[in-house]
Structures are given as structure tokens and as C-alpha cells.
Design a protein around this ligand. Structure first.
Ligand code: UD1
Ligand code: MG
Length: 458
């Protein structure tokens, strides 16, 4: 079968146990920037528009295929795990000989697209991604002959003292013509220090076949760093966050401190956006022009329109915020909140599954749930919608220009008419007529001559 240089199979090795994570979860499902490690690799893989992607998994039952089901990859189990060569063998039945095969590691999440493209362009033989390390301990070494041509890879445990001095190491990522790869893998043995079928042994076989072995190197060292423990996971998390922060800075976003920003998803920003320290963005978040986000705010799955000011310690989840709103400090918008422009939601105000109309305000200590609030409504401090009777939820409707006095309870289902005023401290259980004052409050009395109790002497 003729080899099509532009056609690609991708094999992702993800069967390693991850003993040093000390976790019941398969290693490749641990999250980096809110996304499982293997998903980072799958995302990179799909950018290369491969013909086939095959994930070799081993531990945690079918947790890995289940978590990644939407990727349309083939999942093949490797049981038992007899080495990297054995792992790639499991994928071979799913790969086509007319394509090249790229081997990636499920626990090496940050390899850049450009680096993989560079490998594809490096040649039509066997292409290895290598890196030079000051302390190469633990890695397979790239052994070259006097002319500098690659001869083989020797694993640390099989290397002699001379070979251990080599600082060029194997990252594990390689690209090979599939037909040859199939042939080499079928000839692998496990007569080595670890008793494993080493993928790396194919290098010497390629050389013996007279095939060119090219090497390329990534632009940054962290692109090929693998994760074996929580410390490495935390290190790569910072690396990734720094690259995200740098991209935002380059686009003109003002970050009070690029080292104190966490984006676990996609953050899209307009012009002149300012983000203070300690903010977390999750899922798809977009911030319009001139939006300011105060310190320690958490925003997930949300759209915030231009000019809106979010003060410190605000939480916004699965909500839409219109232009020029004022949110927080300490505001909480729960899923399904929709604020029209110029709305104000102040401190300790919780909004859930509600629409707040243009210019309306709830500035202090309120709960607005399952409500439709019109325009120019003023909701006084301490107002609460009683939307839940323990079994069912009901809606509260507050029409335009209503004024809700402080500490009001609106017992849903209930409608406050247009322009109505509710006296402070009322419990509203029936619809209130538009334009009128409604209040439910016992009359104030004073008792003259009343004596305050005093403590007895001890
Ligand atoms: C491997 C390479 C070594 C390289 C190093 C880079 C071999 C023989 N050695 O060594 O040259 O310097 O990676 O980190 O290839 N895996 C499976 N099934 C297995 C064994 C491993 O899926 O049976 C997966 C692991 O999940 C991991 C990757 O393959 O993603 C590498 O395995 P690991 O055990 O870390 O290989 P090393 O011995 O470190
Ligand atoms: Mg390793």
C-alpha cells in the first residue's frame, strides 16, 4: 500500500498505572486547567486531522473511554501492561498502512501543535522528538554514531556508564510509517533489564533496514514533560496558566498579576478588559469591552457584556450579564440568571434562574429565585422570594417600576403589579395591584411605663 505522507494515525499511550499519583482515578483523567490530561492530548491530536486516533488504556476499568466518549477515538485496552512497544501493538489492528503513525503519551499534555507539525515535516523515515537535558537520569538516551546519525535508543536501566553520559533523551513521541512500524513491532523482544517490550527498540531496527532516522526538538522543554505525580501536575498547571495569561496580555487584557489568574476553559476578552488578582474562569467565558473583574471572582460559563463592573468576590455561574451592570462585591449569580443592561446586584445578593430587567437594582442581602423582574425595579435590602414550598418551585413576577420595601418576603406564585410599592417588612402572599402601596405589617404600639428586666445580685 502506498504511503500517503499527509495521512496520519495517532496512538495515545495511556495505560500506565500512575502509581505515584496515589489516586483511585486513572492518571490521564487528572485535570490540568480543568481538563483531563488525555483530553489535552486528544485536542492536540484532532488539530492534526488524523484518519484514526487510538487510545491505549489500562487501568480504572472503562473510566477513560467513558470520560472521552465524545472524541470518536478508538479505545483499546492493554492488559497486562508489558511495555510501550506492547502498548502500540494493541493499537496496530486499527491503523492503516497507507498512513504514518504518530505516538503520543496521554500523560504528556502540553506538546504544541507546531512541534508536531515540525515532526511531520522532518522527513519520511522514522522521526523522533528528542530533548537535551542537563540531568537525563531515567530517560532513554539517543545513541548516535561518529557521524552524528542516530543508531539506537538505550533505556537508562540498560545503558552502560558511557551511554548514561548522553544528554540527548527520548521524549517518547515519535512518528513512523505504519507498515514498517507493524513489521518492527512484530519482531520486538523483551530481553532487557525491565523484561518489557520497548517501543524504543524499533530505532535500531529502522537503522538496520537502512531507513533514515530524523530527530526534531520542541521549542520549550515543558512541551515534553510528563506527569507522574501531583508535584509535576502542579508545575505544569502553572506553566499552562502562564502561557494563557501571556496570550491575554498580548491581546491587550490588563491582568493585575499574570501569576494569579486561573483559566480552566476558554476566556475571550474585548478591549480594555481589566482583571484583578485571584480570579478563576471556567468553561466558556466572554467579557465585553471595558469589563472589569474584581479580585477573587469566579466566573464560569458566562457572557458579560461591555462596560460591566464586577466587584471583588463575586460568583457568576451559567448566566448572562448585560452591558454596564454593577455586580458585587460578594454577589452570586446562579445558573439561569439573566441581567439586562444597567442592572445592579450588590453584596450578598443571590440570584437564581431569574431575569432582572434594565436598570433594576437589588443592592443588599437578597434572594431572588425563579423570578421575572421588570425594568427600573428597586428591590430593598433583605428582600426574599419564597419560591419553594419544600416540594415545588413557583415564580415571582415583579413588573416594571415596582418598589419593594426592605425585608419583604414575596411568597410565590405572586405578581407585584407595575409601579406598585410594597411597604418594608411585608409578607406578600397575594398579587398586588399596580400603582398602589401594599403592606402587611402589624400596627406599631408602645407600652408606657414598661420596665426592662434587671439581673438579680449574686
Ligand atoms: C519511556 C521510554 C523512554 C523515554 C521516556 C520518556 C520506552 C521503553 N522508554 O520510558 O525512552 O525517555 O518514556 O518519558 O519506551 N505505557 C503504556 N503501556 C505500558 C507502558 C507504558 O501505555 O505497558 C504508557 C504510559 O502510560 C506512559 C508512556 O507509555 O504514558 C511511557 O511509559 P513510562 O512507563 O513512563 O515509560 P518510561 O519507562 O518512563
Ligand atoms: Mg515515564
Amino acid at each position: 500500500m502506498a504511503l500517503n505522507m499527509n495521512s496520519l494515525n495517532i496512538v495515545i499511550l495511556a495505560a500506565g498505572k500512575g502509581t505515584r499519583m496515589y489516586s483511585n482515578k486513572p492518571k490521564v483523567l487528572h485535570a490540568l486547567a480543568g481538563k483531563p490530561l488525555v483530553q489535552h492530548v486528544l485536542d492536540r491530536a484532532s488539530e492534526l486531522k488524523p484518519k484514526q486516533v487510538c487510545v491505549v488504556y489500562g487501568h480504572g476499568g472503562d473510566a477513560v473511554p467513558k470520560a472521552m466518549v465524545s472524541y470518536g477515538a478508538k479505545f483499546v485496552i492493554q492488559e497486562p501492561q508489558l511495555g510501550t512497544g506492547h502498548a502500540v501493538q494493541q493499537a496496530m489492528p486499527h491503523l492503516t498502512d497507507d498512513s504514518r503513525t504518530l505516538v503520543l503519551y496521554g500523560d504528556v499534555p502540553l506538546t504544541q501543535h507546531e512541534t508536531l507539525q515540525q515532526m511531520q515535516q522532518a522527513g519520511d523515515g522514522l522521526v523522533l522528538l528528542t530533548v537535551n537535558l542537563d540531568s537525563p537520569t531515567g530517560y532513554g538516551r539517543i545513541v548516535r554514531n561518529a557521524n552524528g546519525a542516530v543508531e539506537c535508543i538505550v533505556e537508562e536501566k540498560d545503558a552502560n556508564a558511557e551511554q548514561r553520559k548522553i544528554t540527548e533523551v527520548n521524549t517518547g513521541i515519535l512518528l513512523a510509517p505504519t507498515q514498517k512500524l507493524r513489521e518492527w513491532l512484530s519482531k520486538l523482544g523483551n530481553n532487557n533489564a525491565q523484561g518489557e517490550y520497548y517501543l524504543t527498540d524499533i530505532v535500531a531496527m529502522a537503522v538496520a533496514d537502512g531507513m533514515a532516522v530524523q530527530t526534531t526538538q520542541p521549542a520549550q522543554r515543558w512541551e515534553v514533560e510528563g506527569i507522574n505525580n501531583k508535584s509535576q501536575l502542579a508545575t505544569l498547571e502553572r506553566v499552562l496558566q502562564q502561557t494563557i495569561a501571556n496570550k491575554l496580555l498580548v491581546q491587550g487584557v490588563t491582568l493585575a498579576d499574570p501569576a494569579r489568574l486561573d483559566v480552566r476553559g476558554t476566556l475571550t476578552c474585548g478591549r480594555d478588559v481589566e482583571i484583578d488578582v485571584g480570579c478563576i474562569f471556567e468553561g466558556e467565558v466572554s467579557l465585553g469591552d471595558n469589563v472589569r473583574v474584581g479580585a477573587y471572582s469566579i466566573i464560569r460559563h458566562a457572557r458579560v457584556a461591555q462596560g460591566t463592573q464586577i466587584a471583588a468576590y463575586s460568583h457568576i455561574d451559567s448566566s448572562e450579564v448585560g452591558a454596564n451592570c454593577h455586580i458585587g462585591p460578594y454577589a452570586r449569580l446562579r445558573p439561569g440568571s439573566k441581567l439586562a443592561e444597567d442592572a445592579h446586584v450588590g453584596n450578598f445578593v443571590e440570584i437564581k434562574n431569574s431575569e432582572i430587567g434594565k436598570g433594576s437594582k437589588a443592592n443588599h442581602l437578597s434572594y431572588i429565585g425563579d423570578s421575572t423582574v421588570g425594568a427600573r425595579v428597586n428591590i430593598g435590602a433583605g428582600t426574599i422570594t419564597c419560591n419553594y414550598d419544600g416540594a415545588n418551585k413557583f415564580r415571582t413576577i415583579i413588573e416594571d417600576d415596582a418598589f419593594i420595601g426592605s425585608d419583604t418576603q414575596l411568597v410565590a406564585p405572586v405578581t407585584v403589579g407595575k409601579g406598585a410599592t410594597i411597604g418594608a417588612g411585608s409578607t406578600i402572599t397575594k398579587d398586588t395591584p399596580p400603582g398602589e402601596l401594599t403592606l402587611s405589617r402589624s400596627k406599631q404600639i408602645s407600652i408606657s411605663g414598661w420596665q426592662r428586666p434587671v439581673k438579680g445580685k449574686k
